[in-house]
Structures are given as structure tokens and as C-alpha cells.
Design a binder for this molecule. Sequence first.
Ligand SMILES: Nc1ccn([C@H]2C[C@H](O)[C@@H](COP(=O)(O)OP(=O)(O)OP(=O)(O)O)O2)c(=O)n1
Length: 118
Amino acid sequence: MESTNKFPRKFKDVSLEELRDKVAEFAKVRNWDKFHSPRNLLLALVGEVGELSEIFQWKGEVERGLPNWSSDDKKHLEEEISDVLLYLVQLADVCGLDLGQAALSKIVKNAQKYPLRD
Ligand SMILES: Nc1ccn([C@H]2C[C@H](O)[C@@H](COP(=O)(O)OP(=O)(O)OP(=O)(O)O)O2)c(=O)n1
């Protein structure tokens, strides 16, 4: 599907399933499953959202596409936003949810709640 973002889509698709399987393997081989309860993953997720927020803190409004950001700042943003995604994917997994389908269903529900007006 075409992105509605004005920035050209140049990224390779990565499925939520692939991310889920990779992070599950990452935790399993380290014997970290015992730490990855829903509550712990939620707290880790919130912590990473805080780290993500820190990147924007005190910067004022930021232009879409981040044209004035250094490559180091963009790299940092990529890392923190990925941490958020990876904990979210793990949280959905240990809760037994199908995150992709749930998100698609929620988009449909959102569209019904907020119909287009002319
Ligand atoms: N018990 C853990 C610990 C880490 N990770 C993974 C998920 C995140 O992608 C990343 C988080 O690692 P850190 O806790 O080291 O956090 P940062 O990478 O943000 O490091 P720092 O807080 O030093 O910036 O590692 C995980 O799945 N389970």
C-alpha cells in the first residue's frame, strides 16, 4: 500500500511476525523469558518512550523529515524508536495478541468513529 506520507517510500518491508520471532529468539537464548512478563515489558516500553521523548525535549517544534538534524541525532532516534517497537511487539506476543491484525482492526474502527466530512 502507498504511504500517504509526502516522503518517498524507500524502505524494505519488515513484518511484525519477523520482528516478533527475532526478539523472542533474542530473549530465549539469553534465558530472559523469565523476566519478560507483561508487566515488566510494559515498564520497559514506557522507559523507552521516555528515552524517545528526551530526544525531542527542548528542541521546540521539529519539521517533518527532520531536515536540520545531524546524522548522529537521526541514528539515535532510530535506535530509541526501535526499542519502543521491539518492546511493544514483545508485549503483544506475551499477551497472546496478534498485533498486526489488532492494529488493522483499530484503523477500521477509527475510520467509523471519525467519518470523512465534506
Ligand atoms: N531484558 C531485555 C533487555 C533489553 N532488551 C532489548 C530490547 C531493546 O531493543 C533493547 C534495550 O536495551 P537497553 O535496556 O540496553 O536500552 P538502550 O539500548 O536504550 O540503552 P541505554 O538505556 O543505555 O540508552 O534491548 C530486551 O529485549 N530485553
